[in-house]
Design a binder for this molecule. Structure first.
Ligand SMILES: Nc1ncnc2c1ncn2[C@@H]1O[C@H](COP(=O)(O)OP(=O)(O)OP(=O)(O)O)[C@@H](O)[C@H]1O
Length: 480
């Protein structure tokens, strides 16, 4: 019995070849016709549709996808999503030797390279024996500005393992927290052209050791900062937000910005430099405030110039003033901003405390007022020790001080000079003798100017029958 071949004849090898040949000729013809007669755009469209169809039919219906967007706009504000930031930082530490295509960047003044997934690229990771696939997606509409692009991560896992995502994300978040705790680099955040924060590495070398200031005042500032960072439980107990406000006031060049840098370096806090004159609405301010991180210092420089007051700087053009109101700012400082984060410091600086709105000085608003005064002898010793590498920290060293120190001390008692002016003089030479003579010359010059001014004032005030012409140096002052 012949069961398998009943009614069928096996084709010969020759006929198989001839069918194959005519089939491939037909396909080649079809392909040529497709290329020649169908316009390129239509061709691309057809190919894309076919590819899409194949990818849909291939896709596994049992996958679960988690979307992590860069910002959370649900409240009507563009608030950065910290989970996105954590994932971004986490991936940048994992990617460098695994993913197929990466983007690399380095910001000006940074040492480190930042690796990121390129758009549409994937990165696979195994967590507790299960595979997770990361991808980075940028979506934008064609007419949008760069800022309107939306970025998100997609994290895909098999549906049946999706409960693992929670512990995986917790692992990523605690990795990020540890990274932030141990990070040595601070960031300086300034306003970008899109009115968002733009961050660069903050590399200001200034520390409390570099700061020429009365040692007693310096110690009380350091003690205050130490107390502040240790008082988490205290603030909770008394029901206050864990924040502290400092008002730094004094003439230009006395070290207000330098003190801010020293504070940031001491606490390892990021700095947010809020240029109020660029903020155009209260809602913009709210968004910026909400996008600041814990453990940070928010700085508003020259606060007296921000709210329509005349410029406090000699020779300054009349400056643009902020479109937000002082009360708007104070509402944020007292209310929303202070209650939406922990370990926040806010610093206002001014050259003219007397021009400030009393609302700013109200008790409980700025906790500490620090007067940055003209240079005193103890502060001069710190400058000399730093710039000229003279060992002047030892109390008994004063006996062996350079002979010009006596003259400098006498001059400093009668002349108002800023640390900025003296430090500029100290940069002029490596030779101690030359530098100290330069300082004496600077102080004597100022004394002459003072004398001339005094004489002018005396003539004026004599005509006014006003003899009150004391030019005295204010004491260094810290007021809590
Ligand atoms: N107290 C100080 N100790 C050491 N250096 C100082 C001090 N004050 C000023 N300097 C030097 O002068 C430079 C300018 O000082 P700084 O910008 O801190 O002064 P400022 O009070 O903030 O001035 P402004 O009011 O103009 O902003 C600093 O970079 C620093 O080199």
């Amino acid at each position: 019995m012949n069961m398998s071949l009943t009614g069928m004849s096996i084709p010969s090898i020759a006929s198989l070849f001839s069918v194959y040949a005519s089939l491939s000729a037909f396909i080649t013809l079809l392909q040529q016709a497709f290329d020649q007669f169908i316009p390129e755009r239509v061709r691309d469209y057809i190919i894309e549709k076919i590819e899409k169809w194949f990818s849909i039919s291939k896709s596994d219906p049992c996958l679960f996808k988690l979307v992590i967007e860069e910002s959370d706009d649900s409240e009507g504000y563009h608030c950065l999503n910290q989970v996105f930031e954590a994932c971004d930082k986490y991936l940048s530490t994992k990617l460098s030797n695994t993913a197929n295509c990466l983007k690399v960047s380095r910001q000006r003044a940074e040492d480190t390279l930042n690796f990121r997934l390129a758009q549409g690229e994937q990165f696979k990771e195994t967590f507790q024996g299960k595979e997770l696939v990361w991808s980075y997606v940028i979506s934008s509409n064609e007419n949008s500005r760069q800022q309107d692009e939306k970025r998100h991560f997609e994290l895909v896992i098999e549906e049946k393992h999706k409960e693992l995502l929670k512990s995986y994300l917790n692992y990523v978040l605690s990795f990020f927290d540890e990274m932030m705790e141990s990070k040595k680099d601070l960031n300086l955040h300034t306003l970008s052209m899109y009115m968002d924060w733009h961050s660069v590495e903050f590399k200001h070398p200034f520390t409390f050791d570099s700061l020429a200031m009365d040692p007693g005042l310096k110690k009380s500032i350091i003690d205050d900062l130490d107390r502040f960072v240790k008082r988490k439980e205290f603030y909770k107990r008394v029901g206050k937000a864990w924040k502290r406000g400092y008002l730094l006031y004094g003439p230009p060049g006395t070290g207000k910005s330098s003190l801010i840098a020293a504070m940031a370096n001491y606490l390892k806090f990021d700095i947010y430099d809020l240029q109020l004159d660029r903020v155009d609405s209260d809602s913009n301010l709210k968004q910026l405030m909400l996008n600041t991180n814990n453990k940070s210092i928010l700085v508003v420089e020259d606060i007296d110039c921000c709210f329509g007051l005349p410029s406090s700087r000699e020779g300054d053009e009349p400056q643009t003033t902020s479109k937000i109101s002082l009360s708007g700012l104070l509402n944020f400082v007292d209310g929303l901003w202070s209650s939406c984060g922990d370990e926040r410091i806010i610093i206002f600086t001014t050259n003219h405390k007397e021009k400030l709105d009393p609302a700013l000085l109200r008790a409980g608003r700025m906790d500490v007022h620090i007067h940055m005064s003209y240079l005193t002898m103890p502060a001069f010793r710190i400058l000399a020790s730093n710039y000229l590498q003279m060992n002047l920290h030892d109390e008994h060293e004063h006996e062996h001080e350079h002979p010009l120190f006596g003259e400098i001390e006498r001059l400093l008692q009668t002349v108002n000079v800023t640390a900025a002016e003296v430090s500029e003089e100290m940069l002029r030479s490596d030779d101690t003798e030359v530098v100290l003579r330069g300082v004496v010359h600077l102080l004597k010059g100022k004394k002459c100017d003072n004398k001339e001014t005094k004489e002018k004032q005396l003539t004026l005030s004599l005509s006014d029958k006003d003899m009150n012409l004391q030019v005295g140096k204010e004491e260094n002052l810290i007021k809590f």
